[in-house]
Design a protein around this ligand. Structure first.
Ligand SMILES: C=C(O[C@@H]1C=C(C(=O)O)C=C[C@H]1O)C(=O)O
Length: 348
């Protein structure tokens, strides 16, 4: 099927202006479309229908569901490489934004040095003016990152978001729960000879340990880890450990709420890191570092909402952050957010 389809499909869905969610799992050629038949803003999962779940970073009462009252899927072929997606140059990040982020990182390092916490993930956002239409953006996004989990979300009462994430939060099917610990970031190089430093290994291990202890605390059985391995996400590489356990259906929602936000996007201890983020980041992350999912009563797949953007009129707001530990260098942490933001800039 010709790729132009995704553009046409998204245009039609936007024209209808009803809530919808378009999703492609990393590595798959199947695109799933869920559309609701009315504008209702649901706060609970449907008993029988497949739903999209869309959750903010601070998600106590900030979880929305789109009911798949109309469901469709189609196949795409994507033989694109991200090198085909050279973005426009949107100008340097302002000096003020650069200094703000470096100061934020310094505050994080100081809090860690004082013994308050071990790791905190600090982020920023940037508004980019785009001349592309939303269907054009979606077309480029779904094409650019075939290995990532890619979505387009639209709810007239919530907003329009899209992204392409390398990170599974929780996947549950046939009594097996799978998740990953993903942290540590470097630029992809064609020689594939990157040597990870102590800082990256440490910040990723924190995530693995935290996830394993949550799974054990919930009494899941046969908790297994595999990794860390290096994985590629667009222009970047990360360290990833795959984690699995045997779990029962009725354990899933409480495990999900304990896992989120993991130290890959928040920090350790979670409550101290969250307070630091809310006090010092100075902006609302909204759905960035929240999660999205495609869920049915028996199966659920939730992903961390990273490498994403909010679309409003002709402004794309892009977000990026990174894990701060005692060894963090503010300049390098700033550059890491620049590199992560390029993932979305490439498709604008
Ligand atoms: C916070 C982000 O990414 C997370 C943080 C990472 C890190 O600190 O190295 C790596 C992958 C993600 O778990 C982001 O992409 O904005």
């Amino acid at each position: 099927m010709h790729f132009k389809n995704i553009q046409e499909r998204i245009q039609k869905l936007l024209d209808a202006d009803l809530p919808f969610f378009v999703f492609r799992k990393g590595g798959s050629t199947t695109v799933q479309i869920l559309q609701q038949k009315n504008l209702k803003l649901h706060k609970r999962q449907h008993d029988t229908l497949t739903c999209c779940c869309f959750s903010k970073f601070k998600n106590n009462d900030n979880q929305y569901f789109i009911y798949g009252e109309v469901y469709d899927e189609f196949t795409i072929d994507f033989h694109a490489s991200i090198d085909e997606f050279k973005s426009d140059f949107f100008g340097e990040t302002t000096l003020a934004d650069r200094l703000n982020h470096m100061n934020l990182v310094k505050k994080g390092v100081a809090a860690i040095a004082s013994g308050k916490l071990e790791k905190v993930v600090l982020s920023r956002k940037r508004d980019i003016q785009t001349t592309l239409s939303y269907p054009q953006i979606a077309d480029r996004l779904f094409k650019a990152y075939p290995d990532n989990h890619t979505y387009f979300f639209h709810h007239p009462k919530v907003g329009t978001w899209c992204g392409s994430t390398p990170e599974v939060l929780l996947s549950y099917s046939g009594n097996i729960l799978n998740t990953v610990s993903l942290a540590g970031t470097a630029l992809f190089n064609a020689k594939k000879d990157h040597v990870w430093g102590e800082k990256e290994r440490h910040e990723q291990q924190i995530v693995t340990d935290s996830i394993v202890s949550i799974l054990k605390y919930h009494g899941t059985e046969n908790v297994q880890t595999d990794g860390p391995k290096t994985i590629r996400s667009g222009d970047l590489i990360h360290l990833k450990t795959e984690i699995s356990a045997a779990a029962k259906q009725d354990q899933i929602s409480s495990i999900l709420s304990d896992l989120h936000p993991t130290p890959a996007v928040c920090g350790l201890p979670k409550d101290v890191a969250l307070d630091l983020i809310l006090e010092h980041e100075n902006y609302d992350r909204a759905f960035y570092t929240g999660y999205f999912g495609i869920i049915s009563p028996k199966e659920s797949d939730y992903y961390v909402n990273l490498r994403c953007m909010r679309l409003k009129e002709n402004i794309a707001t892009i977000y990026a952050g990174g894990g701060i530990t005692l060894q963090s260098d503010p300049e390098l942490e700033f550059l890491e957010t620049e590199n992560k933001m390029k993932a979305m800039m490439r498709v604008l």
